[in-house]
Structures are given as structure tokens and as C-alpha cells.
Ligand binder design. Structure first.
Ligand SMILES: *[C@@H]1O[C@H](CO)[C@@H](O)[C@H](O)[C@H]1NC(C)=O
Ligand SMILES: *[C@@H]1O[C@H](CO)[C@@H](O)[C@H](O)[C@H]1NC(C)=O
Length: 292
């Protein structure tokens, strides 16, 4: 494991020069595929022996955090990335991985969200997930991971295709949002999205409801991303663009391991909006909760 700098700050122009050199050496180069879009001076690329794969470290200190997105935007793709979270006392910090379109007005705001809510030393992270379509979210499911996500890299995936959106952890499906447009459930089908990631301070709400604050004496905090893989939709023969891919498109035949999904929900899910009578007290449950 590379030892990361003891301060987030660095001089960006100099680092950019180093990056060009590193880039040529790196086997798997994240630098080619993403842009740091917030807190450029609070992020680092580094490579580690033995494989020299490139890792992006997002850094958070009392001043601010940092964020990246993929250079390309995609309509239907599977994204896999390896991520190692802030270790020890990560209370108040939030590390994210999400899909979002660029510049969509709120009524067209779509989002597929993974947020890792930090915790006090020895207490578990919460993986908070949500799905927004056409500006409406309220689709939270939360999970406990079955490993320490700060001890090592683990693979987190979002598979967005015409049939469904699946969230996977180390290849295990934990969440499935079906395309039930035919039954009136909105589903993102037409605008391109980018994969984004960030590390930021949210100690007003993230940890135990905001009661546990970020311990700045433990800063800087680092979240490490590596091995981004994107396989995106190319239209099938006779289909003009991926927005017209039919749900039965042969492009997306990976299918879903329903037994694994059921097991993950039974074992690791700690909150499901579809079971939350309080949230929908006055209103009807969202349509998808009543479908299979
Ligand atoms: C390094 O990258 C290569 C090519 O993407 C990949 O096959 C390999 O698994 C990576 N190694 C690690 C340790 O992540
Ligand atoms: C932090 O740990 C406490 C105690 O185990 C737990 O109740 C809580 O859900 C955990 N996660 C967050 C984000 O507060």
C-alpha cells in the first residue's frame, strides 16, 4: 500500500506533469477515463506494485473534499470499480459512487446512488442506495456490508440496461430496479449518464443521524478508486440508438441471479423504502413496491 501524503494540498501544475509520466507506465490508467471535477488540489493519482495499476485517492480535510466523473457519458452501461473506503474513524464522511446526467433540469433528474456513510472506529459503514427518475427519489435501500470496506479494495458495480438497474457488491446483486415502464413506473431510458465519485463531509446528517461529528484531528481522509471498467451499449442491428433498445435486447442477456439477490436482501438489507409505513403514511406506496 502506498503511503498517502499527510496533507490533502498539493500544487496542481506540478502534479499534472508527473501524471503524464505515470500515465505511460500505468497498466490500467484511470487518468485517461476520468476528470477530477471538484477539489483537484485534494486528489492524487498513484500506482502500486506489483501490478502498477493506477489508483485515484480522493482527499478530504477541513477545507473540502473532492470528486470525479467519467470523461464519457453513456446510455446503458455496466460500470465496475474497485473502491477502498476511509479507515478507522470515518464518522461524518461520505464516499459516493453514482450515475447522473449532465445539466438535466430537475424534472428530468435521474440518479443511481451508492453512498457509503462513515462511522466511528469499529462501527460498521452503511451502504445507502437510492434511485431517482424524473426528479423523484424516495427509493432508499440501505445495507450492511459483509466485510470491512476500508481494509481492502472491493468491487462495486452498477449495471444499467433496458431491463433493469442492478447494484452489485463483489459480483453479488444486492439491489434490482426493474424497468416496469409498461406498468407506469418511471425508468431512465433516454439520457446519457456519467459515473461520478466523491468524498465529502456530511457530519450534519450522515453518522447516527448527525450525532457523531467528523474528527478533524484524524484528517486527511482518503477514499481510493481503481480499475474502472465500463462496458456500454452499442445498438443492436436495426436499432438506431440505445434509447430504442427493446427490453428483450440481446445486448443485455447477463440476467440476474435471483437467488443471490434474495439472499443478499435477507442477510444484508437494513432498510427498504417499500417496507416503510411511516414514509408513505399519507400517500400510496410507489407502484414498483406492489409489483414483483
Ligand atoms: C490491474 O489491472 C488489470 C487490467 O485492468 C486487471 O486485470 C488486474 O486485475 C488489476 N490488478 C489488481 C490487483 O486490481
Ligand atoms: C454506525 O454504527 C451504529 C452502531 O453500530 C449503527 O447504529 C449505525 O447505523 C452505523 N452507521 C451510521 C451511518 O450511523
Amino acid at each position: 500500500m502506498a503511503s498517502l501524503p499527510s496533507s490533502c494540498w498539493h500544487w496542481v501544475p506540478l502534479l499534472s506533469l508527473l501524471l503524464v509520466a505515470m500515465d505511460e507506465m500505468a497498466m490500467a490508467s484511470l487518468y485517461d477515463d476520468i476528470d477530477v471535477v471538484w477539489g483537484k488540489d485534494h486528489s492524487f493519482f498513484y500506482t502500486d506494485a506489483p501490478d502498477d495499476n493506477q489508483t485515484l485517492a480522493l482527499c478530504l480535510d477541513k477545507t473540502h473534499g473532492s470528486a470525479f466523473h467519467t470523461k464519457e457519458a453513456y446510455l446503458y452501461a455496466r460500470f465496475d470499480v474497485d473502491l477502498m473506503l476511509v479507515p478507522d474513524n470515518s464518522a461524518g464522511t461520505v464516499t459516493t459512487l453514482y450515475l447522473m446526467p449532465e445539466d438535466a433540469p430537475w424534472e428530468y433528474h435521474d440518479e443511481v446512488d451508492l453512498e457509503f456513510l462513515g462511522n466511528a472506529t469499529g462501527e460498521p459503514y452503511t451502504l445507502h442506495t437510492n434511485i431517482f427518475v424524473n426528479g423523484v427519489g424516495h427509493r432508499v435501500q440501505q445495507f450492511r456490508l459483509w466485510f470491512d470496506p476500508a481494509a481492502d479494495f472491493h468491487t462495486y458495480s452498477i449495471d444499467w440496461n433496458p431491463k433493469r438497474i442492478t447494484i452489485l457488491v463483489d459480483g453479488v446483486p444486492i439491489r434490482d430496479f426493474k424497468n416496469n415502464e409498461k406498468d407506469g413506473v418511471p425508468f431512465p431510458t433516454w439520457q446519457k449518464m456519467r459515473l461520478q465519485g466523491s468524498l465529502w463531509n456530511a457530519d450534519d446528517w450522515a453518522t447516527q443521524g448527525g450525532r457523531i461529528k467528523t474528527d478533524w484531528s484524524a484528517a486527511p481522509f482518503y477514499a481510493n478508486y481503481r480499475n474502472l471498467r465500463v462496458s456500454w451499449c452499442q445498438p443492436s442491428p436495426g436499432v438506431a440508438w440505445c434509447g430504442d433498445e427493446p427490453p428483450e435486447s440481446t445486448w443485455f442477456e447477463q440476467g440476474l441471479d435471483a437467488a443471490a439477490l434474495r439472499n443478499a436482501r435477507d442477510t444484508h438489507m437494513i432498510y427498504d423504502y417499500c417496507n416503510d409505513d411511516n414514509q408513505f403514511k399519507a400517500k400510496e406506496f410507489p407502484k414498483e413496491c406492489t409489483l414483483d
